[in-house]
Design a protein around this ligand. Sequence first.
Ligand SMILES: [Zn+2]
Length: 372
Amino acid sequence: MPECTKDYLVVAQNASGRNLNVPVYRFVGEKPGPKVYIQSSIHGAEVQGNVVIYHLIEALKHAELKGEIILVPNCNPVGSNIKSGEYTLGRFDPVNGQNWNRGYFFDESLIRNFAETVNIEQPLPELKKQFRQSIKDAIDNRLAEPWGIGLAQRLNLKLQRFAFDADIVLDLHNGPVSTRHIYVPEYARESAKYFNIANVILIPNLFAGALDEATFCQWWKLQEELNQIAPEKQWDFNVEAFTMEMGSQEVIDFNAGHYDAQSVLSYLNHKGCFDNASYQPDDIERVAVYLKDYKIMYSQQGGIVEYLAKPGEKVQQGQIMAKVLNIDELDNAKAVEDIKAPCDLIPILHFPSASILGGTQLYKCFTHYFEL
Ligand SMILES: [Zn+2]
């Protein structure tokens, strides 16, 4: 049985001057294997990942673990406590307005400089260790910045410092009203088949600010640099990171959490994290899109809306996806506007409220999707 320890990591401070910390659960196997980092609820309203982590911990207590798994549930104690009436406003740092999932460290020039100083003959594990240290040193410098840094960035960097030690990073999120979907770097698309997630978004190997990218892009970039310096070595660091969207925000479902934990265990089993484990992916249809074909549909006019197209269900071009009621036109033919699908698509998520302003992100949809 793997050993489990629990520590606390300080990630923020409230106005009373009290430290806000998060629990860090750590399982260490007896045999060597991959290092895994899993966090949930960086967006405070996206709570289901905590249930997934609960089920993972239950399973790991009895697993023949190889390597190490670190789990940080409810990793944003600021975001999860900002309520307005019935809702959790957990998407943005309320002080500076920054998205809680955009303050991570990434600096291409640091990677380029590191690549130029690498002794290419040294063993790969040693090189990985050195690279990790250089990124963590840079993060420490950022945290010690004499001008200070914003609330979200500080919290992100504290977490990233942990996450960057890992070979596998899973960041557990939820959509507004959403079906399961996962962001997968294009180079790791084969790995998508080991999760029980029907909808896959293939993202370019480029940094756009989120934790998954702040992990895999650094290694991908280093790989690119080293492949230019010494192409004969065929560099591959085998680091993967994913953003997993486990259904809708503000919802807890223990059965769904168990299903998603099995899905994570299936992927980890494939990556060699266990001895004698039987976790396998389910035989399900998986569809994928490239990020450019994951389209946002905005509302043209404000009003009150009924969402007819359900997340995860295939929709034909021209099919009515939503009906908007216009309060100023209730007595005439313009009372109800039908919003039709511009092409064949799969709605993945929609806005959670029935009242919308013009220009609201009504739906996000897969277009030009294909079987994976
Ligand atoms: Zn999120």
